[in-house]
Write a protein that binds this ligand. Structure first.
Ligand code: SF4
Ligand code: SF4
Length: 94
């Protein structure tokens, strides 16, 4: 994983066009069949090289909806995020 969207997502769509690598899909394309937006961990680069912080989380109006998760298989991730922050699924934006 990389960043993850949790079940507090209200399907507002604010995040999807902010992603520089098209890692986000809406509820209709969510491979888990949950009725929420979804981040493909093998695509998400945590906005490294694009933005100072993950743009999806900056755009999201729902507090705590987008959190850190384990490092994904994409080529980039944020080195300044600790394993503890990832395992605790701390919000990307407080
Ligand atoms: S952190 Fe950046 S790259 Fe990852 S899903 Fe969010 S906007 Fe896309
Ligand atoms: S911006 Fe947040 S609440 Fe809106 S669709 Fe994306 S993750 Fe869900």
């Amino acid at each position: 994983m990389a960043v993850i969207i949790n079940d507090t997502c209200i399907n507002c769509g604010a995040c999807i066009d902010e992603c520089p690598v098209e890692a986000i899909v809406d509820e209709d394309d969510n491979p888990t069949d949950e009725e929420i937006y979804y981040v493909y961990a093998d695509k998400c680069v945590e906005c490294v090289g694009h933005h100072d912080e993950p743009a999806c989380a900056t755009a999201c109006p729902t507090e705590g909806c987008i959190t850190w998760d384990a490092i994904g298989e994409s080529p980039e991730h944020r080195d300044d995020i600790t394993d503890e922050q990832r395992s605790n699924k701390e919000p990307v934006v407080e």
